[in-house]
Design a protein around this ligand. Structure first.
Ligand code: ACO
Length: 402
């Protein structure tokens, strides 16, 4: 293996790799993906085993710190997350500044960046100092991103904020989202468990658009709050995290048109539509997270006592696409977003909040990637090159000559 110094010395010419499809931008110990085989592992542990046995907070610790935590460490982390659940009351007034139709991702990104201002010792942009507070910052962000998300929803609904309670991670989130004065939300159908699985499956996914953005921002020395706030912006788009909203909209449109999915498949093949939740830059096989969510969807809906016609349409679409030459030849398979929206909808999360839910889940991965950059004394600012295709040199023309 070549060390970083040797690799740098070998560079000299510019390669053109649009969208970085074949460019390794960093070395990382966090997540391994084999896109051809459909394999995903965090710190060596297969996602299937984590989904079966672990929880979101335990997987978050694994992703961030590299090992499965001992019972004591996990308890301490849970306590730290619990302790940090509320946000400074000074931030409550920030919500008043947003129009009620502001997109929750715009609010989340702004709020995460603003949060840093309340913790100057953790957001100094001095790597040594920011790292000295790292454990506290990590637990704080994992906790508060969930509180900010719930407060965003309440603000948009014109409902009073609900303060966090002494509950587990997802239970507390559902409480802050859905409790009413004198009527506490009771999770008696397993929504918290389903949500925990959803979040865990989103914990990290190597150098996707948002994580690469976090690393890009971090590479300039920016603090963790600023870096994850940028990650939220990158996640927002429909080709990335925004796809989970787009899938539900697509399924609803197909349902409303009385189509069983076959007409939509034809439109996708002609390039008139995109089958949202299908295709992936790295997976040329089933996204293993989609397999897990696809399998769990039925059981989750059943436990919640819900029958969703969108699930039947999704199954038909999946079957039709898997048998169609267009999708086969392009190796287009369901990705994590294909079934996740159906699960979020069943839990009662409004569609507009779906990408925010993705951001809550991805927080550990963003934090772990920031840490990897910050802890590496040799890490270098990210600065890709370009192939210039503009005008050659020309002389300035005075205003009256144009
Ligand atoms: N529906 C129909 N055709 C598709 C789809 C799709 N969902 N995805 C790719 N294709 C086609 C393209 O049109 C292209 O066809 P061509 O060779 O005839 O030109 C071919 O498959 C290759 O597609 P690219 O766009 O080159 O693939 P790329 O790796 O750049 O994009 C992406 C990957 C963005 C995920 C794409 O598949 C897509 O837009 N999917 C739908 C949105 C989505 O689900 N995004 C979530 C991704 S996972 C995540 O971020 C969590």
């Amino acid at each position: 293996a070549l060390d970083t110094r040797t690799l740098r010395a070998k560079s000299g010419c510019i390669t053109f790799d649009e969208g970085y499809g074949n460019t390794g931008s960093c070395m990382s110990d966090i997540t391994f993906i084999d896109g051809e085989k459909g394999i995903l592992r965090h710190r060596g542990y297969p996602i299937e085993q984590l989904a079966e046995n672990s929880s979101f907070l335990e997987t978050a610790m694994l992703v961030i710190y590299g090992e499965l935590p001992s019972e004591g460490c996990l308890r301490a982390f849970r306590q730290q997350v619990c302790k940090n659940a509320s946000i400074h009351t000074g931030m409550h007034s920030h919500f008043d500044g947003f129009p009620s139709d502001a997109h929750p991702m715009a609010i989340l990104s702004s709020m995460l960046n603003s949060l840093g201002a309340y913790y100057p010792e953790m957001s100094s942009n001095d790597r040594e100092q920011d790292l000295a507070h790292f454990d506290e910052t990590a637990a704080l962000l994992i906790s508060k991103v969930r509180t900010i998300a719930a407060m965003t929803y309440r603000m948009k609904m014109g409902m009073p904020f609900v303060y966090p309670a002494d509950k587990r991670y997802t239970g507390n989130f559902l409480h802050m989202m859905f409790s009413e004065p004198y009527n506490e939300y009771i999770d008696d159908h397993g929504a918290g468990k389903a949500l925990d699985l959803f979040l865990m499956l989103h914990a990290d996914h190597e150098q996707n658009c948002s994580t690469s953005t976090v690393r890009m921002v971090a590479s300039g020395g920016a603090n963790l709050f600023a870096s994850v706030s940028a990650g939220v912006c990158a996640l927002w788009g429909p080709s990335h995290g925004g796809a989970n909203m787009a899938v539900i909209k697509m399924l609803e449109e197909i349902h409303a048109a009385g189509d069983d999915g076959s007409k939509f498949i034809q439109a996708a093949k002609k390039g008139e539509a995109k089958l949202m939740g299908f295709g992936h830059r790295v997976y040329k096989n089933y996204d293993p997270r989609a397999k897990i969510l696809g399998k769990s969807a039925e059981g989750i809906l059943e436990s919640i006592g819900m029958k969703d016609p969108l699930l039947d349409i999704a199954r038909k679409l999946e079957q039709a696409a898997l048998e169609d030459e267009y999708f086969i030849s392009r190796k287009l398979y369901p990705n994590v977003d294909f079934y996740s929206g159906i699960i979020l909808k069943a839990i009662g999360i409004p569609v507009e909040m779906f990408t925010v839910m993705f951001a809550i889940g991805r927080m550990p991965g963003w934090i772990a990637n920031w840490k990897e950059i910050a802890e590496n004394p040799k890490s270098r600012i990210h600065r890709p090159r370009q192939i210039y295709t503009g005008k050659t040199q020309r002389d300035y023309l005075a205003l009256d000559q144009r």
